[in-house]
Ligand binder design. Sequence first.
Ligand code: L34
Length: 293
Amino acid sequence: MVVLDGKALSTTIKNEIRQEVDQIIAKGDRPPHLAAVLVGNNPASEAYVGNKVRSCEQVGFSSTLVRRPESITEDELLAIVQDLNDDPEIDGFIVQLPLPDHINEEKVTLAINPKKDVDGFHPLNFGRMAQGLPAYLPATPQGVLLLLERNGIETSGQHVVIVGRSNIVGTPLGILLSRKDKMGNATVTMTHSRTRDLAAETRRADILVAAIGIPNFISADMVKEGVVVIDVGINRIADASRKSGSRLVGDVDYDAVAPKAKAITPVPGGVGPMTVTALMLNTLKARRKEIRY
Ligand code: L34
């Protein structure tokens, strides 16, 4: 069994990005600049955005963190988005989700200039991705593809089963893996809460992607021997033996499933760091204006 070490691969790719940035600077140009908008004090969002800001420092990007209280109005947030759209010094930006209930996430996402939408969440980028046109690819699916590619895991002709159909993970990853492309050509089965006999589906997977947000949901009897397991879940569960009183677990019962797997991602240190690194790649693309609309 191989542990697919997203943390180590992230470090490798971030070193590659750092070299690209050094070349940009050597030419006398300014480094890429990412901005992140963080609303409220959700501890998970704080941790994720903190990792994004730290990664910017590691790769030599400029970063700006725009922090606003939970009480911000939708109009105020839309005005911040407009300022970032108009700021020529900002190459790309993200608005960390989830947003408070009184703010319409769809409206905010639509307000982002697609050329600066390094999350790839704007419908224009999503649609272009679905049609195989150049687009910012959403960070978590892109991170998963990189993890497979750089570990020499073939997707062509493989049966991929995805559990979970969210707009930011399951749905785009299914589209990307079934494309006619280097990390595509898979036969994809999308499963979800209404799937009949889920275990019968997951047991057919050569590559199983768990993205449902339920701790330890995938048990050993749901996978076949030799499966490649990609665990996208990040769930905080109580653990009295830890100083913090909690620990992170994925959507997969790692200890039970790992012995049957050919390869498996850990949580933490698997897909999470790859999400952050994919965002760095998108920001580099934004600086270079690589994607033409
Ligand atoms: N706009 N909202 C926007 N863009 C995104 O790309 C995200 N996402 C998801 C939530 N909301 C978003 C993230 O940033 C999930 N996500 C994310 C980013 C980083 C990590 C996990 C999820 C991460 O760094 N995970 C670490 C552990 C972090 C911790 O200690 O809590 C890991 O090793 O998995």
